[in-house]
Design a protein around this ligand. Structure first.
Ligand code: F6P
Length: 379
């Protein structure tokens, strides 16, 4: 009886919604199309209309940034990488760059976003994003915009969910690269330093490094000591292994050094990290006398068809996001807490980044296997 009453209430709440929008902020991640497809199919199943918003919040600030999504629009997209709605990390409606009388500054266009959503007749938004997008979404939600979030990033650094979609594909690609680099490193008896993305966290480096059999994994959570890495390399050659594979997260820093970036900071954008791999290879070659090469995998990790895991996760999260809206739960994010997809307040995911726990079993197992993290005293 109670269940029937709940279902009736749910249907009544769902009936209050007639039209929703879906947008993705930040960079693309494999599995985005799976989420969009699940949102569209689930929402159409409830009798709602769905609108796709192009290039994140930018689409709500331009006259032609919104398009209706029908079953036809999403046909065949499940195995496709990228995003049919584009992707953009540029548009923060609270700090929109503008140039007035030769001066560059920012202005707050958040009211325009709210007005546009009303004008389009959207009752709610599904927002795919990482921490930065969720900070914006949370502020918009506080201003009265009805929305739910879906955690998206290859970096896997969103709080409150055990994994974000896109991460599994990125790790698989990085692991494949490490397998390939192993054979050439071995043939040439070289040190290969492989730089992977992940911003201020080391999830991709850690998981791909273990799966790809790296000798050292350098992550932002553990500032490394160059001499410790040199000793690790020397040991490999002393043991007649004659090559070494080192995985460095783009945000990894030496104990006495600073974060390396590509170019100067740009207004309204995250600092572009990179360069640690090349720097490290040069240092290792100079200090150990062993030939070293570096390779930055960069955006390669964001491309390609999503893995089975990411297609499934994206589908579950997209469908669950629509169920949240139907149940009237707003300002929340769907999150994977195996075996279930649950909902958590968006504010928690907007607050901070999820970093690699150094006392977690993955790091402990890596250390037990002899993988160096470049910290003094441990391997
Ligand atoms: O957040 C995902 C990510 O791939 C990071 O790992 C990386 O630092 C960044 O995006 C690259 O961003 P952009 O596409 O702006 O160069």
């Amino acid at each position: 009886m109670a269940t029937r009453r709940n279902r009736t209430a749910e249907r009544a709440r769902a009936a209050a919604i007639t039209s929703v929008g879906v947008l993705a902020g930040g960079g693309d991640a494999p599995g985005m199309n799976a989420v969009i497809r699940a949102v569209v199919r689930t929402a159409l199943g409830l009798g709602w209309k769905v609108h796709g918003i192009r290039n994140g919040f930018e689409g709500l600030l331009s006259p032609d940034g919104v398009q209706p999504l029908e079953v036809e629009s999403i046909r065949g997209i499940l195995p496709q990488g990228g995003s049919i709605l584009g992707a953009s990390g540029r548009a923060n409606p609270f700090e929109l760059p503008e140039t007035e009388r030769g001066k560059t500054g920012t202005r707050d266009a958040s009211e325009r976003v709210l007005a546009r959503v009303r004008e389009l007749g959207l009752d709610a938004l599904v927002v795919l994003g990482g921490q930065r997008t969720f900070r914006i979404a949370h502020r918009l939600a506080e201003k009265g915009l009805p929305l739910v979030g879906v955690p998206k990033t290859i970096s896997n650094d969103v709080e409150e969910t055990v994994i974000t979609f896109g991460f599994d594909t990125a790790v698989a690609t990085a692991t494949d690269a490490l397998d390939r680099l192993h054979t050439t490193a071995k043939s040439h008896e070289r040190v290969m330093v492989v730089e992977v993305t992940g911003r201020e966290t080391g999830w991709i480096a850690l998981h791909a490094g273990i799966a790809g059999g790296a000798d050292a994994i350098l992550i932002p959570e553990v500032p490394f000591d160059l001499e410790t890495i040199c000793r690790k390399v020397d040991a490999r050659y002393r043991e007649r292994r004659n090559f070494a594979i080192i995985v460095a997260a783009e945000g990894a820093t030496p104990k006495s050094g600073k974060l390396l970036s590509v170019g100067p900071p740009e207004a309204g954008r995250d600092l572009r990290l990179g360069g640690i791999g090349a720097w490290l290879a040069e240092q290792l070659e100079r200090r150990t006398g062993r030939e070293a090469r570096s390779l930055a995998l960069g955006h390669l990790l964001r491309g390609g068809s999503p893995t089975t895991f990411d297609r499934l996760l994206g589908t579950r999260l997209g469908a669950a996001a629509v169920r949240l809206l139907a149940a009237g739960v707003l300002g929340h994010m769907v999150a994977l807490r195996p075996p279930q997809v649950v909902s958590v307040p968006l504010a928690r995911a907007a607050e901070s980044l999820r970093r690699v726990p150094l006392d977690g079993d993955t790091v402990l197992s890596a250390r037990a296997l002899g993988i160096s993290f470049g910290d003094e005293g441990v391997h």
